[in-house]
Write a protein that binds this ligand. Structure first.
Ligand SMILES: Nc1ncnc2c1ncn2[C@@H]1O[C@H](COP(=O)(O)OP(=O)(O)OP(=O)(O)O)[C@@H](O)[C@H]1O
Length: 306
């Protein structure tokens, strides 16, 4: 599948501060790309450059093979950008906001388009309520609805679920997944590893002005290390005995009664370990498999800036 968005060697500095040193990435059509980074890593700056709102100092961004800076009007028809600062007008109702943006984007039958989007985003009931009286989740849904006016192929979402409670966040994730299922390409920024894990086909970690790691969520997790088998014993003496029995599995002490070892082959290793312990008469009280999370990767990769 070819890339619908390419970012090649983009650089940006604000006075003396180098924010983007050299950023390159590709986004395949119909996929979700999550740009992860700590506060101030430069995610919003990159988004603004990708969408032509800000000029980079060096490098190039293309959307549908078209360089963004030289074809701004043409590429702007292909995407929408939902920025962190709400793009909605507080004094207007959700319906009025949608009609307004539909008119600005020359959508045929703006009122019908607005109503269809309110329905799709479960906002029909609040159609005539002022946005100032919407909850955080409703505003985010309206933001997303606004970005769909005119049916763009590509959605840029800057931290779409920041500030939402877990239930509203999960609801928004489902909506974003539905949009992907409809064929949209989605580029989002987030500080939530779980969000990237749940949604993204590909993740890029932005740190020190560069994408320091990129790949699928599964590949990113592998960066944090392999799964570990953790065993807990009833006494420290049993744990010591088990450590000797399991020498070939390279166990490490977690504490006085706990051992941990890498799981190369999930089922075979677990079964071999438990059989060896049963034969040596020192069975564990419990065991569990600990899979590295994206948080582990994030901690590893952001150590240098935290
Ligand atoms: N217009 C500007 N002028 C000067 N400095 C800026 C400007 N915009 C951003 N910066 C600086 O660039 C750095 C990156 O900011 P940016 O908003 O891109 O980060 P971010 O990763 O989106 O952060 P957050 O997750 O907090 O939104 C910050 O140090 C910020 O202060």
């Amino acid at each position: 599948m070819e890339a619908i968005i390419t970012v090649s060697h983009v650089q940006k500095r604000f006075k003396q501060q180098v924010v983007l040193e050299d950023v390159s990435l590709n986004v395949t059509a119909g996929t979700i790309y999550a740009l992860l980074g700590a506060n101030g890593a430069g995610k919003s700056t990159l988004l603004k450059i990708m969408t032509g709102l800000l000029a980079g100092d060096q490098g190039q961004v293309t959307i549908n093979q078209l360089p963004v800076t030289e074809n701004l009007l043409q590429v702007q028809r292909l995407f929408s950008f939902s920025a962190q600062a709400a793009t909605v007008d507080d004094v207007l109702s959700g319906y009025e906001n949608l009609v307004l943006i539909a008119r600005l984007r020359h959508v045929g039958q703006p009122k019908a388009a607005a109503k269809a989007l309110l329905k799709q985003f479960d906002l029909l009931q609040a159609k005539d309520k002022r946005v100032a009286d919407y909850s955080g989740g409703m505003r985010r849904r309206l933001d997303l609805a606004m970005s769909l006016v005119g049916d763009p192929e590509i959605l840029f979402l800057d931290e779409p679920t920041t500030g939402l409670d877990p239930t509203s966040r999960e609801a928004l994730w489902r909506t974003i997944q539905t949009l992907k299922a409809q064929g949209k390409t989605i580029f989002l920024t987030t500080q939530y590893l779980e969000e990237a894990d749940q949604l993204a086909d590909n993740i890029g970690f932005l740190r020190d002005g560069q994408i320091v790691a990129t790949g699928t969520p599964a590949a990113m997790k592998r960066l944090a290390g392999t799964d570990q088998l953790e065993l807990l014993f009833a006494t420290a003496a049993l744990c010591q005995q088990a450590r000797l029995v399991l020498d070939e599995f390279k166990p490490k002490m977690v504490d006085t009664t706990g051992l941990s070892m890498p799981l190369t082959e999930m089922v075979q290793t677990t079964s071999a370990v438990l059989t060896a312990l049963a034969a040596a008469d020192c069975p564990p009280v419990t065991f569990k498999v600990v899979t590295p999370t994206l948080d582990d990767v994030f901690r590893k990769l952001t150590k240098a800036v935290s």
